[in-house]
Design a protein around this ligand. Structure first.
Ligand code: GLC
Length: 752
């Protein structure tokens, strides 16, 4: 379907007239209620619904209470005391003219009280089912506190670990992010319709935010429409199709248009092409920020631009409540446009059952928090999120053979930082750190020494290293936990260098100099450039801030009670200078071959030549340190007999493929089998590989399983030169393997 850019003016008015939830996916009973309520609302009450405020600590009397009683607030966020939530709700419901309930929002990003691995860690599980279960736990705990709307999942694709918010998404792959995002939405919204444990998801940040130039948060993005449609938009479409109830516009300007004022992408694509009937909320003050963007002259102009773009609710700009009434009076905006926004807001409130049941039970939340089954799910998620990046056989440790370990490093006992970014309600007292877990679960079988070595990840004081080295000399094995304090990733926390902070690398080197086996654990919010630390370690486990139960997970993985199965959802560069570096890149006309003459191999007085040159860095090549999808286990796997049922397909066919997967080692373990496809020639250049399927497969030692996968050829469609989404006929290749860099290609053809 061709986008409607050219017809926009006519289209815009037509769209407005008939977009009153024409979608089949709206409940007609709710539509009648919405229409009935809307017809009774004053303009002020309508604009009130479009206003979201963060009400933490606002006094329950005075101006705020008056605004609630006048129906001038549609949503409050950052309220997590059930009694206070009910007090606010009573003012809105019982003391206002129309009794419209508030929707209470919060950033519940990877758990509420029971904290799960950060989303990048949840991604590393390659386990959508587990991610959905974790999101359901988050919903159960958060709704018990009165929260009914979470600003999650973040569906921003990013290829730049310098960007602090890489921690908050599912990595660099479109198909994968779509699968993980849908899982989270289902978890949040998963109860029966109207179930008080349902929490409205908010897919964010629409769109392209993760492509900030230079990996610097809030910076401009310059994504052409085709790249948006092929890479950045599909996870949001998947979220809309999965029934996400709300969506948040992003801070960035893309191709010069701030997303909070982007009519084409919000009204045309999201509303008309995708038929989204949910609530669109701005990001925090992003309406106002169109002024410093240089896109709005003042707040009234910003309010008009945001409304015209299709933003229903204004988060913390106070632009709507400050100017829409006057703008309507001046005829600068139509009340019809306001009605459309309010309709979307009321629809969500009806869908959540807030009109029938606006209050939260005030006495159940404490028993809901940290339930044993919640903590166990967090532990399982942490176990499956850890990626074994290197191992010379030192792991797993046998607690009956070794007599002593030293646990050291700034992240060995860091209950706050282990929880990761975007944690408001999780409590560090509940965190089980690696030190605590090793002491509690293995301390009766071996001697456990502890020396912090460094006080925190940025610590530059070398004095603690000496004590750690002295202790290391007295034990059989050293476990050193390094990485990032939680505040070093997340919103606005971007890094130009991805090297380990402080003197952590010096700590690892000093421990290595003792000659004892060194197991390195990295807990971070992003990929770090750890080539040196890998070479210094006998084994290295990578854990994207693993949450409340991360220490138990790491201890059980180190001592073999659990087997690593995590896989990388993002590429690990050798150096930040290689960034952006991602597996599903285009080929270029001179693709990197891997046999290039590197910096130190160039002869003196070498003559200038451009012949035979390819796309790479003299000082870093073009290969990553670790590729997307990579992860080791305590066993090995073999892929054999990879077959496809035909050599050529028509566009409406479904390919059936099969392969044998064998556990060729001595340990029961889980492999993440991955399917990649390359469209070798297109009307526009295509990625060298794209993930099209993945599956966790558990096998006992020596066991072989024949796996059968179906791939509809339609899933090879892309937005082509004519900006049509089609499968173009031609030659394709596919790989079935355990990561994006291995396996042999199998060729097939698609015919018209
Ligand atoms: C922040 C973030 C957004 C979050 C919102 C509310 O600035 O960009 O992801 O949901 O404000 O806290």
């Amino acid at each position: 379907m061709k986008p409607f850019k050219k017809l926009f003016p006519l289209f815009f008015s037509v769209l407005l007239a008939c977009s009153c939830a024409s979608s089949a996916n709206t409940d007609l009973n709710i539509e009648k209620k919405v229409a009935g309520l809307l017809s009774n609302m004053t303009l002020d009450e309508k604009i009130g619904q479009m206003t979201l405020i963060s009400s933490t600590d606002l006094p329950l009397d005075g101006e705020f209470a008056e605004a609630l009683r006048k129906g001038q607030v549609g949503s409050v966020i950052n309220e997590v005391d059930p009694a206070r939530v009910n007090a606010l709700q009573r003012m809105a419901v019982e003391e206002s003219r129309l009794g419209i309930p508030l929707i209470v929002g919060r950033d519940v990003i990877h758990g509420f009280k029971t904290i799960f691995p950060i989303p990048l860690g949840l991604a590393a599980t390659f386990n959508p089912t587990l991610v959905e279960q974790g999101a359901r736990v988050a919903a159960l705990e958060a709704t018990a506190a009165g929260v009914r709307w979470t600003f999650s999942p973040m569906l921003d694709i990013t290829r730049d670990p310098r960007w602090g918010r890489i921690a908050e998404g599912f990595g660099e792959d479109t198909y994968f992010t779509s699968a993980m995002g849908v899982a989270m939405i289902r978890g949040y919204q998963g109860g029966e319709p109207g179930d008080p444990s349902n929490m409205a998801a908010c897919i964010k940040h629409f769109v392209g935010y993760g492509a900030a130039e230079g990996g610097r948060d809030y910076n401009s993005t310059n994504l052409p429409e085709r790249v948006l449609r092929n890479v950045y938009l599909p996870p949001f479409l998947a979220g809309v199709q999965a029934g996400a109830m709300t969506l948040m516009t992003s801070f960035n300007d893309n191709d010069g248009v701030p997303m909070t004022g982007n009519r084409f992408l919000v009204r045309n694509v999201l509303r008309h092409e995708w038929d989204f009937t949910g609530l669109v909320v701005s990001d925090w003050a992003s309406v106002n920020e169109m002024i410093p963007h240089g896109f709005a002259t003042d707040q009234a102009h910003a309010a008009r631009l945001a409304l015209e773009a299709g933003v229903d609710m204004d988060m913390m700009s106070f632009a709507y409540v400050g100017h829409l009434g006057k703008l309507v009076g001046e005829g600068a905006v139509s009340e019809k446009m306001i009605d459309e926004a309010v309709r979307n807001i009321l629809r969500v409130k009806f869908q959540l059952g807030l009109f029938d049941n606006p209050y939260v039970q005030e006495d159940v939340h404490r028993e809901m928090f940290y339930k044993p089954e919640h903590l166990e799910l967090s532990r399982q998620s942490a176990v499956q999120s850890v990626i074994l990046l290197s191992n010379d056989g030192t792991l797993p440790l046998d607690a009956d053979k070794i007599r002593s370990v030293l646990v050291t490093g700034p992240m060995a006992d860091a209950p706050h930082d282990q929880l990761g970014t975007w944690v408001f309600d999780g409590e560090e007292q509940a965190t089980v750190t690696p030190l605590k877990a090793i002491r509690e679960h293995y301390g009766h079988r071996l001697r456990v020494l502890y020396q912090p070595g460094l006080k925190y990840s940025r610590d530059k004081d070398l004095s603690g290293i000496r004590k750690a080295v002295e202790a290391a000399r007295t034990v059989d094995v050293v476990i050193v936990c390094v990485g990032e304090e939680s505040i070093l990733s997340g919103e606005a926390h971007c890094l130009a260098s991805l090297d380990l902070q402080g003197t952590q690398s010096e700590l690892i080197a000093a421990l290595k100099s003792t000659g004892k086996p060194v197991i390195t654990v990295v807990m971070a919010g992003r990929p770090l450039t750890i080539e040196k630390e890998v070479s210094l370690s006998n084994a290295l486990l990578y854990s994207f801030h693993p949450g409340t139960m991360g220490g138990v997970a790491l201890a059980d993985l180190i001592f073999g009670k659990e087997v690593p199965s995590g896989r990388l959802p993002v590429t690990f560069p050798k150096t930040s200078g290689q960034v952006p570096l991602y597996y599903n890149h285009n080929s270029s006309g001179r693709p990197f071959q891997g046999n290039e003459t590197m910096l130190d191999q160039i002869p003196l007085k070498a003559g200038q030549t451009s012949l035979g040159n390819t796309s790479f860095y003299l000082d870093a090549g073009a290969a990553p340190l670790f590729p997307f999808g990579f992860g080791l286990s305590y066993t090995t796997f073999a892929y054999t007999n990879i077959r496809i049922d035909q050599v050529s397909y028509h566009q409406n066919d479904t390919m059936t493929m099969s392969f044998d997967l064998t556990n060729t080692g001595k340990t029961a373990a889980t492999e993440v089998a991955q399917l990649y496809v390359c469209d070798k020639t297109g009307s526009v250049t295509r990625p060298v590989k794209e993930l099209k399927k993945f599956e966790r497969i558990a096998l006992n030692p020596g066991e072989t399983r024949t796996v059968i996968w179906n791939l509809p050829i339609s899933e090879l469609a892309f937005w082509n030169l004519q900006m049509e989404k089609v499968v173009e006929p031609g030659q394709f290749a596919l790989w079935v393997s355990g990561d994006s860099a291995s396996g042999e290609p199998i060729l097939f053809e698609v015919k018209k």
